[in-house]
Design a protein around this ligand. Structure first.
Ligand SMILES: [Zn+2]
Length: 235
């Protein structure tokens, strides 16, 4: 299983790793700073660099759910072999935008008292779908979100066991994305005094980092399903 360095520290921009497998699509590493596509958050991109200065572009990162190995998709694997040491570099600006949008979706979740049925992040936009009969008011929601952002609440994480999570099912807000299990422990993301839920994504350390946002659209996706779309105003 690839060691997921980004789970402990989502601010890692660079790191070292060893190639443990070379596949048709790319490479697997013993540890990684690249977040793999999942939970509605895109996979990270960036570069690997060998000891001789050769570079490989990472075009996407995915996790093999069965093996727990992360595949770093490369334009070419030429020159790479098992055992090679590589330096990893993230496309940090892109990832940081994802972290800000993702953290903002936690705030949105805290403001809407309804089950979450889906979600997605793309570039500076994010959306959550709620099982909600009446749509909220767009401008009011924008004000509420920016209010929480301006309060600069710290965002922290802690780990609980699967059993502790089972004993508190109310923590799980998202019906479509179950928290990552299998290792016996689950990571909780705590936006202080705002939101607490299990989540495997990457988050900003403080809500102030999100910057000003705007709810751009509230769509009716049928049968009480409301899609709320927001965007960052500064990227
Ligand atoms: Zn999250």
């Amino acid at each position: 299983m690839t060691q997921e360095l980004f789970r402990e520290d989502s601010y890692l921009r660079q790191g070292e790793a060893t190639v443990v497998a070379v596949t048709e699509q790319g490479v697997e590493l013993d540890q990684t700073i690249f977040y793999p596509l999942g939970g509605g958050q895109p996979g990270d991109t960036g570069y690997l660099e060998g000891r001789n200065g050769q570079q490989w572009r990472v075009t996407d990162t995915r996790k093999d759910r069965e093996s727990g190995q992360h595949i770093h998709f490369l334009e070419s694997t030429e020159g790479l072999k098992v055992g090679d040491m590589v330096s990893m570099s993230l496309d940090w600006d892109r990832r940081h935008v994802h972290m800000r949008v993702h953290t903002c979706l936690h705030l949105l979740c805290s403001l809407i008292d309804a089950p979450v049925t889906g979600g997605n992040i793309s570039a500076n936009k994010g959306r959550l779908d709620f099982d909600l009969p009446e749509p909220p008011e767009k401008e009011h929601l924008t004000e509420q979100l920016n209010g929480l952002i301006q309060k600069q609440y710290p965002v922290s994480k802690r780990w609980i066991t699967d059993e502790e999570l089972d004993a508190q099912p109310e923590l799980v807000r998202t019906l479509s994305v179950q928290p990552p299990r299998g290792t016996g422990k689950v990571r909780l993301i705590n936006v202080e005094s705002v939101d607490l839920q299990p989540c495997g994504g990457t988050h900003a350390a403080n809500t102030g980092e999100i910057g000003e946002v705007r709810v751009t659209k509230i769509e009716n996706k049928g049968k009480g399903n409301r899609r709320i779309i927001l965007e960052l105003l500064s990227v």
